[in-house]
Structure formats: C-alpha cells, structure tokens
Design a protein around this ligand. Structure first.
Ligand code: FEO
Ligand code: CA
Ligand code: CA
Ligand code: CA
Length: 634
C-alpha cells in the first residue's frame, strides 16, 4: 500500500485492508459460548470448574431447580406500545408524581405552559430531565434525591429560535433547571406526592458551591482565577446516574460535562502542557453542545478559564438530610463521563465503587478504599483514599482490574485522577460499548453493566487512539442493540483483582436477523428491546433494566416499540417487559419506597406534550407504579 493511501485511511481501515479477519475464528467460538444459555446461564459448560459457582452458588438454586422453578415475575408481561402514554401490567397502576416546573421551594412560580417559567424561579422548581434517583429514610421522613441531567434548549427556552440563549438570563435559566433535587415525598389517599416547601427540599444547580476533595483537590490543573486554591468549584454538571452509600449519602455522577464549555476565541489561548490532550480525549472544544454558556458566563469560556472543565466530570457526594451541607466532588473516583456509581462493601469492609464511562470505546472502572466501613463509625476519607482500577476482559471469560498507579501509568496520582481515560489507555484496559449503569446483585457476589450500543465498534478507535476491534464482551461490529456484561469476582470478594465474566443478555432482533444481531437465547419476539441503560437490582435479586434506544419501531428496531423497563431473573436468564414509556422518552432512574410497595420511575425527554397531552410543552416526570392490591413490587 502506498503511504498516500495509508494516510487517507483511518487506523482501523488500514488494519482491515492489511489484516482482514478470518471468516470464522476462535473469537467467534468465544462469542458463541458467551451468549449461549445452555453453555452459560445454565452454568453447565462455560466456566469449567467454575460451573459450580454459576449453577449452584447463585441464589442457592441448582441449574435444574432453576429450570423447574416457576417464573419469579409477579405480573403478565406487556406487549410493546408506540403511543404517547405509559403502560404497566394488568393489576398495576401508575400516576405522575412530579414534573419539570412543579413548584417545590418557597417563592417558586407556578408552571408556565408557554415558556416553562422564569430564570429566577428555575432553581425553586422540580428540574428538567430527571435521571438517577435514590430513596432515603430520615427521621420518619421519606426523601428522594433525583438528578436533572440536561436541558432541552428548544423546550426550556421556547421563545428563542432553536432555543438558543440570547442573554445571561437565558443561560441562568438553563443552569438553574439542571443539577440535582432533594425532595420530601409522602403518601396519602391520593398516593405519593412531593411535600411542597418541605425544609428538606433543595435544588443543587450549575451554580451551587461544591467542594473538591481527595488527592487531586488543589492541583494546579484544578485552580482558577476565581478559586486559586482549586478546592471549591461551582455547580455539578450533567448529572446522569446515581449511587447511594450505606452511610446515607447520595452519589450523583457528572457525565457529558464537556458540552457546557466553549471558547470566545478560536483557537483558545495557549494552555498548560497536557491540557490540550485532555481536551481532545474528553471532547472539550470551541462550541460544546451549543448551550452558549461561555458567551454570557465567563466561567464556561475555556479561553479565559482553561482549567474550569477539569473541575467537572467527577462523582459528587451529597447529604440529602442536610439542606445546608456543601456537596463534595470525590476526585479519588476519577474523572470521566461518569454514568453511575454502584457502591458495595467488600468482604473485609473496604468500600468498592463500580463505575462506567459512557463514551464509545471508553472503559469501566473500580475504586477500592484504603479504609474499611464500620456502621456507625465516621466515614471521613473513605471515598478520598484508595486505588482506582480499569477493567480488562480476556476472551477466555476471565478478567482483571488493572490498578492505575504512577508505576503502571507513568502519570502522577493527581494526573491519573484528572485524566483517568489516559491512565486506562496506558495500562491497556478493554475498550467497551459505552458503559452505562452498573448494578450489584444483593443476593450474589456479582455485578452487571449495561453496554448500551456503539456504532464505532470495529469502525474506528476511541479518542485516545485505542483499538476498538470486537472483543469478548463487545462482540458485534457497529453494535446497534447493546448487551449486559456481568462479572463474578474471584473468592466472592468485590475487592479481588480478578473475576469471571459472561454476557447476561445480548439485545437484538430475532425477527429481523439470524446472525449475532438476533441477540442471545433469552431474547425473543415477546421481550425484545435495544440499548439497555438504567439498571437496578431489587432486594429480592431481580434486575430491572431500562432502555434509552431507537424507538422508531422500524427496520432493525421493528417490534421493539417505545423505550421501556424490563425485569430479568439472573438465575434463569428470563427477561420480561414490565413497562413502556411515552413515545420519544427514555426510561431512566428507579427507586423504591421503604416498604417496596411503590416504585418511582423517571421519564426523561418525553415526546409530544406528555404528560399533559393537551398542553404546549412536554415535561420530564417521575411516576409512581403500584400494585392495585398494594402488594410488594420487587
Ligand atoms: Fe446519561 Fe449515559 O446516560
Ligand atoms: Ca443513562
Ligand atoms: Ca443512554
Ligand atoms: Ca439521557
């Protein structure tokens, strides 16, 4: 090949021309083993001597007992829908509990169906685009902490052409509608409602002061003119998934923070060494996602404040019981496009946090604390001192957590945390198909991660140049449907550095495709879906799966309908559809009441004008689902 031709091809294209993959190879057989129910979910073949762990260790059921048992799902699965409302099974009902714009704090204006309310009132109302959510019981009160992930400019500034901000006030309105809300909720004859003006109600926005803690706090890369110490940031950005600590705090995860930054000069002024590479890897550029904050709020102008983007992309800890508390960005958990943070306590009491970086070809991470958690004892420093790891999945269905240290990466401790993606690349972590939520099974020592889809798989490398050819847990090129990988730590210890893995499900369309795109054996015409994203285990060990995918119901997605929530049995592999959302929405965020008789579910970016189908603006909302007989759900 001439050097000219090489220059015209991407690294992957050049590789494909020069080293074409064989028609069938050992890798295809790995995939076959990884997705076959017979070989895997039944636990008979794939794990060899580990079969006992798979077949009898989980939930105390042997493979044959699991097969013989009746379905654990207490409902009749529902079909797909393509309409503008929510559907739940027979014997269940739903209602809207809170919607964008609902007044929750003293002084808030009522919702304005023309423009959605003023900038000044936007931090006193239920915010926009609900996402991650957790429940807390405190002094006999029921609190919910809920993320407000992003703003829809055209919906939140409907008076402006394309919703483009024209003033500092427009920007302030968007900044105030996002972040986090803490609300007290209570139940009466009318079901669950937000307690308006409760002293616990609180909005945390793109402006709220938030401390930076952990090893990267105070580093020169986190210092700005407004905060020369580099220890107090303003705002939490793009709050996606969530987590909860056993000591009663909420974890909110900053995902696509890059989109809020822009530059007033092109190219931006010269920056510190290393910053440009970070901008490139994290997608920080002159225009962002067209929020135009930088034109009216200089903090978001990377020309003037090149370090401000380093102060976002973290996991933030919030005490939902104290509305005066300062939230804390925990830098020890790394900086990337955090989806959620699933916290489990290891055998020896150390705190383990599993986290995904939702970008095509990026990595999965784990934090293990140095200290141990002892109920009732102080927890200071537990999330500030420890080791960050990135996941490596081998094709033989084993894997290991690779420690990100100065020795393994050649980076300083602070650099590892601020530029975790580069640290992951340095150790050769496995490129993944957009890791979304991680959830751990409370009934078994195992965890699951939704890998939502990845059109770049096998097409081009990630932004760091890492190869993204198909690999064990990411077995399909241009992956349209997504899959859920699960791993079982060795020695039944979440702090162990090695694990076994399989695919719990590979989503697909068996009506349209016969190859790998048909999905795994536990996917059929009656339960198919695409793009698994939100996920949470209930206390009985069933896994609830929410989707954020293509709801066109056509072509490759024919028969899948609107985005939905399904429930899976980890032992049998059975998956059933429980709920469908209104057209255009994503179903994301899930929490239960303390008595588990009510389920809170988030509906993000609904289409049309749901839930008031006679209104003028669609309103992201949290709904409550209950059984008509008031029985326990999950
Ligand atoms: Fe905010 Fe990756 O979802
Ligand atoms: Ca998500
Ligand atoms: Ca998603
Ligand atoms: Ca979303």
């Amino acid at each position: 090949m001439s050097s000219n031709l090489k220059n015209e091809l991407s690294a992957d294209e050049w590789d494909e021309v020069n080293f074409p993959r064989a028609e069938e190879n050992e890798f295809d057989r790995v995939v076959e083993r990884a997705i076959s129910r017979r070989g895997f979910l039944g636990g008979v073949l794939a794990f060899g001597s580990g079969a006992a762990v798979m077949g009898t260790g989980v939930l105390g059921l042997s493979a044959s007992e699991a097969k013989a048992s009746v379905s654990r799902f207490a409902f009749k699965p529902i079909p797909t829908y393509t309409d503008a409302t929510v559907h739940v099974p027979e014997g269940y009902s739903w209602k809207v509990m809170a919607s964008w714009g609902d007044p929750i704090i003293e002084g808030a204006e009522p919702f304005d169906d023309e423009i959605g309310g003023s900038a000044a009132s936007a931090d006193k109302v239920f915010g926009e685009n609900t996402d991650g959510m957790e429940s807390f019981e405190y002094q006999g009160k029921h609190l919910l902490a809920i993320n407000h992930e992003y703003a829809n400019r055209a919906i939140n500034l409907p008076q402006n052409e394309n919703g483009t901000p024209q003033s500092a006030e427009d920007v302030l309105k968007l900044q105030n509608l996002q972040g986090v809300v803490v609300v007290e909720v209570s139940q009466d004859d009318d079901g669950w409602n937000v307690v308006k003006n409760s002293p616990f109600n609180r909005r945390i926005t793109h402006i709220t002061p938030i401390a930076l803690a952990g090893p990267a706090a105070g580093h020169p890369l986190l210092q700005t003119a407004a905060d020369p110490a580099g220890t107090l940031a303003l705002g939490t950005l793009n709050n996606c998934g969530s987590g909860k600590t056993p000591w009663g705090t909420y974890l909110t995860c900053e995902e696509n923070f890059n989109g809020y930054f822009g530059a007033t000069e092109t190219p931006p002024v010269a920056r510190m060494a290393g910053v440009d590479a970070g901008y490139q890897r994290y997608g920080i550029n002159e225009v962002g996602f067209l929020y135009d904050y930088h034109k009216f709020d200089e903090r978001f102008d990377i020309t003037q404040n090149p370090n401000e983007p380093h102060r976002a992309g973290w996991v933030v800890e919030i005490d939902p019981t104290d509305p005066t508390s300062t939230p804390v960005k925990r830098t020890a958990l790394g900086r990337f496009k955090h989806e959620n943070a699933e916290l489990v306590i290891a055998e020896d009491g150390r705190v383990v946090v599993y986290m995904g970086d939702d970008e095509r070809g990026e990595f999965m991470y784990r934090f293990v604390s140095n200290g141990v958690y002892t109920p009732g004892q102080p927890t200071d420093g537990l999330l500030d001192n420890g080791t960050l790891y990135a996941a490596k999945f081998n094709d033989d269905q084993t894997g290991e957590w690779l420690a990100l240290t100065p020795e393994t990466t050649g980076m300083s401790e602070a650099e590892i945390l601020i530029f975790s993606r580069m640290a992951g690349s340095a150790v050769g972590a496995t490129t993944m198909d957009r890791p979304e939520w991680v959830s751990a099974n409370p009934k078994a020592v195992e965890a699951y991660c939704c890998l939502t889809n990845n059109k770049n798989r096998g097409v081009k490398p990630n932004a760091g140049g890492d190869d993204t050819s198909v690999n064990g847990p990411n077995p399909r090129e241009t992956n349209k449907y997504g899959q859920i990988v699960r791993w079982r730590p060795h020695n039944k210890d979440h702090a162990a550095d090695t694990f076994d893995w399989d695919l719990y499900v590979m989503a697909g369309n068996p009506e349209v495709h016969e190859d790998l795109r048909a999905g795994s054996d536990n996917v059929n015409a009656g339960n198919m879906f695409n793009s698994p994203d939100g996920m949470a285990f209930d206390e009985t060990g069933l896994v609830w799966i929410q989707t954020d995918g293509d709801d066109s119901n056509e072509g490759d997605f024919a028969g899948m309908g609107n985005n939905q929530m399904l429930v899976g049995d980890p032992v049998t592999g059975e998956i059933a559809r429980f709920m469908t959302g209104p057209k255009g929405c994503e179903v994301t965020g899930l929490a239960w009441s303390a008595d588990r008789r009510s389920m809170f579910v988030g509906i993000q970016h609904p289409g049309g004008t749901w839930p008031d189908n006679g209104g003028k603006l669609p309103r992201s909302s949290v709904i409550v689902i209950e059984r008509d007989d008031k029985g326990v759900i999950g």
